[in-house]
Design a protein around this ligand. Sequence first.
Ligand SMILES: [Zn+2]
Length: 870
Amino acid sequence: MPGKNLSRDEAQQRASILAVDGYQVRLDVTSAPDQAAGTFRSTTTVTFRCSQPGADTFLDLLAPAVRSVTLNGRALDPATAYDGARVHVDGLAAENVLTVEADCAYSRTGEGLHRFVDPVDGETYLYTHYEPADARRVFANFEQPDLKAPFTFTVTAPAAWDVWSNAPHENVIAEGDARTWEFAPTKPISTYLTAVVVGPYHVARDHYRRELADGTALEIPLSAMCRRSLAPHFDADEILGVTKLGLDFFHEQFDYPYPFGKYDQAFVPEYNIGAMENPGCVTFREEFVFRSKVTDAAYEGRANVILHEMAHMWFGDLVTMRWWDDLWLKESFADFMGSYGLIGARTRYSSAWVTFANQRKAWAYRQDQFPTTHPITADIRDLEDAKLNFDGITYAKGASVLKQLVAYVGSEAFFEGARRYFKRHAFGNTELGDLLEVLEETSGRDLKAWAAAWLQTSGVNALTPQVTTDSEGRITELAVLQDGEVARPHRIAVGLYDRDADGALVRTGRIELDVTGTRTVAAEAVGLPRPALVLLNDDDLTYCKVRFDEESLETLRTGLGDIHDDPSLPGTGQEGPDRPIGLARALAWSAVWNLTRDGLMPARDYVALVLRFAGQEGNIGVLQSLHAQAKTAVDLYADPAWRGEGGRLLADGALRELREAVPGSDHQLAWARFLAQTAGGAEHLGLVRGLLSGSARIDGLEVDQELRWSLWLALAASGQAADEELAAELDADNTASGKRHYTQCLAARPTAEAKAAAWSAVIDSDELPSALVEANTAGFSIPAQRDLTALYAAPYFKLLERIWAERTIEIAMRIVGGFFPIAQTDEQTLAEADAWLAGHPGAAPALRRLVLERRDDLARALRAQACDRA
Ligand SMILES: [Zn+2]
């Protein structure tokens, strides 16, 4: 569709001549309960000024039909004005009123106004999701972040439903079977941040109050909602509790009163992402409403997201990037604030920085080593570029770099900079230079070189210690070697660890220094006894891959699990207010995983470390990462000849730890899930079946609905679940989640027919919502079934361009990523990927990027296999 992929140049041009004074948007969704009705009525009236009277412009709109277009009282013919993506208008006056009346489509892909019917009770639910540019699927607008305006929404919906939007409602007018909700005008915001949530949602209400410095009080009505059928599982008190702690904390830090009046948080079905920071009306994926037991890592993750979205009310909503090049200006900050806030707001999640080091950074390292990596401040030519940049660089690397910036300028200068930034740019748009300006003011440092090294280049450095000693075992030199395309300034801590009397590896020394250039000497280390373990980037201040010298690596092989940094242990030199328990061990785990991914440690050695030490890992989030990584090590990185044995070792280990775990603990649940993921032999599958039927029991392990589905998946993938059994489980759990799990189980069956059906469900129809596309691709792509799926590699490459052209980008991204034949991990598949890339230089850049990244995963797996074989 020409014009659908708005370019930066076009956006700049439009912003250079237009200023928007306001939108009136009327939506009529009374047709929503009728599933046969595909559209709803949408009427936009936008009032705007033009600095070049007589000029042309366009509104963005993706709608099946446009009924009328009226500019300054003059009716334009929709047949000529509307081209399917844009409403073109010419002859602008200095002051304009433009009205567009359209029939817009209900979405099944989570883009625009999504419609969902609950299988439990038949109720219909609607919500919007727009970022970066899907507001135009719901109403005509100037779809770019720097044309901010106040929006006034009016929504007509079935009488039994409620409606929420960014602003509070002012009137609700009943008429027949419908009610019309009139909302107050919003503050000036960007189009992608507008929102409506409509339906018979269950809602919990609360209230936040804060005395401000000027003697007035800030009152914020709070609410949290979810589908009615999820209400019994909805722990709104916990959600609203974190919300209030966050509001306290961000007010203290940001010194700018929450600007959007009320704060609603809607947990919505079939949501494509984690959450979205719509001002005053945040939307979350409803999987954050836990209907079965989950580990504390899941609660921490949800609290992190709540704080991430809340930080956006300032970073992103109050002050917004001018164009998507500076997406990091909001996402890196929000990602950083998610973890920082968990600690600062005194939530119970005191391990937030361990999780960050272990999980967020793993995402960044992976993304930053793709050939498609990019600087944190990116070059975003158009909306398709923008769509793919919600990635590990923009979020996790950016947040890591901000953490390094805090270490570099100090937290006082950092937050004082943020406070000035909000006051100076409130309700405006910014670029990199605006942020550097305030930080230079408050830190007194020239940050241009820092920004050039960290924000405007790509790639990750590896830091390696080089230790020489004298004949008495004292350090004569400790140098830090830096490699990578660009050498950066790193503020780091070097941890020195030795065995204590009980055999624990404890920190006996810590040296903080600035690493610059390719070799930096830590002068303080001279004369110290050579420790068993030298841990670079201890305390995780910078963003880098950590390597080890030979002696340290040998220490890890025999004692990784013995690293003990519990500050409550007296006399261990561990004390320090900001040192979360388990961080050093998490850093060591992260480092050995990077070695494995880089083909520097054989996959079977990594698996051996996990089997030996994971049972001692106290941090539940780290343990769950180890499970996922060990599985990847066996599936992709191990010599194929060893895969079978590796898989058996993992399953045996899972069973052993499951039996030894504390009854009822999170660790027990994590090991039970891991058993389900690895079970293959008769003994393991027998236990799985026994747990499902109740004939086997593990003390303290509750086999609840989500765990049941994990166990069924193990049986289905092994060909040991009868179709009737799976259907019976769906009957017992005929919910949205149940449908997803059931779909995945069907796709996971090890038969040619099952693979063909899953493939066809995704490829031959565009009816599936993204959640069911994912369920099919995940079930289809079970690595151990690579012989069954091999014959789909060739059709996959043939179909790529057609899929990209025909599907919405959300769905296309899932198909391209989910069906890539990664499990084949052979030279032939790599050659097929290369042939496609060589033969399609003109394919959409975003599509090429996805294929390049998956191809890189495959090439990495082959390198790791070669290491494991050697
Ligand atoms: Zn965000």
